[in-house]
Design a protein around this ligand. Structure first.
Ligand code: 5MM
Length: 336
């Protein structure tokens, strides 16, 4: 188990966080099409290789979550993608769920699948260089949702996944994402997220998962994206800390937030406030997809051969997130 603890530490310590580059081909195609780039395996690799060769990888990124296609690709210089990630001192990781599908008997909700054959797939990913993994469950908020059924079944799947991952010698990231979509208030997000997290930890403990060798990837406590409630970053940080303090066992070493549709700046500012107020033992850092990649992707789409310019855009975001993970981010540095 001590091997798992050192992997965890390497990923999230010293102001480092995680680059979530695990978009499945469907999601990556949507992202590329919005910036008018053709979604071919070569283009997906070119964009990701550009980010993974950036200067900021060394100081700001402790781990990268990959998708099945990417972990098997090789770079222009004939390195494997895990080798490229390791060369900057970061840890290669892999998304192992096979996606969120309609939940039987609650058709407006989702259950994440991928447990069948997981033990064998984990062995293969370990051989390819992965040392941590990710599984994402998604929950919607409405008057009726998330239902007890969605909370229970997803928690069970997350726990069975995490137990298998530790058995294979890798660190599981547990990602229960309560979506921002909807008109709900931040107080509703607090209530529902707390319920989801508590159930996840009941099941993780029942499945004898060693919590010290895990990382939690939750949403922040925010108003719904269609709500008219506006909250200051300080209030978001207070609610988020309240939720995590009450729902997450203290053995968990670190929390790496998802950005969930926040702008790049909001995701940095809110994480910064959380760290300024952090009165817990948890390391609070980032595991951002869109909030690390958005402006780099936009820039890259204008000239996919402009590697340096794209890397500069990514380096700025990575630096802002790393400062936020230490409570040292400011508007002034952001706008420089
Ligand atoms: C990178 O996006 C991941 C989802 O991809 P698929 O929907 O194609 O499986 C996602 O799991 C991501 O890791 C997290 O949601 C965090 O990403 P954001 O963009 O919310 O920070």
């Amino acid at each position: 188990m001590s091997e798992l603890y050192s992997i965890t530490e390497k990923i999230i310590s010293n102001g480092k966080g995680i680059l979530a580059a695990d978009e499945s081909t469907g999601t990556m195609t949507k992202r590329l099409e919005t910036v008018n780039v053709k979604s071919t395996a070569e283009n997906r690799l070119l964009f990701r290789e550009t980010l993974l060769s950036s200067e900021s990888m060394k100081d700001c990124i402790g781990g990268v979550i990959l998708y099945d296609e990417t972990i098997k690709q090789t770079t222009f210089n004939k390195k494997t993608i895990p080798e490229l990630i390791e060369s900057s001192g970061a840890v290669p990781g892999i998304k192992v769920d096979t996606g969120a599908k309609v939940l039987a008997n609650s058709k407006d909700e989702k259950i994440t699948e991928g447990l069948d054959g997981l033990r064998e797939r984990l062995k293969e990913y370990y051989k390819l260089g992965a040392r941590f993994t990710k599984w994402r469950a998604v929950y919607v908020i409405s008057e009726k949702f998330p239902s007890k059924l969605a909370i229970h079944t997803n928690a069970q799947a997350l726990a069975r996944y995490a137990a298998l991952v530790q058995e294979s010698g890798m660190v599981p990231i547990v990602e229960p994402e309560v979506l921002m979509d909807g008109k709900h208030k931040a107080e509703d997000c607090l209530e529902k997220t707390s319920e989801v997290l508590k159930k996840c930890y009941d099941e993780l403990i029942l499945n004898k998962v060693d919590l010290k060798g895990t990382i939690l990837k939750p949403n922040m406590i925010l108003p719904g994206s269609a709500s008219n409630q506006k909250l200051e970053a300080k209030k978001i940080a207070e609610l988020t800390l309240k939720c995590l303090k009450e729902s997450v066992p203290t053995e968990v070493p670190g929390i790496a937030f998802l950005s969930g549709g926040q702008t790049e700046k909001e995701a940095a500012k809110n994480l910064n406030e959380i760290n300024k107020l952090n009165n817990t033992n948890f390391i609070m850092t980032y595991s951002y997809g869109r909030a690390l990649q958005q402006s780099a992707l936009k820039f890259w789409s204008k000239d996919i051969n402009n590697i340096n310019g794209t890397q500069k855009m990514f380096d700025h975001r990575a630096k802002m997130c790393s400062l936020a993970a230490q409570g040292k981010w400011t508007e002034e540095i952001e706008n420089k």
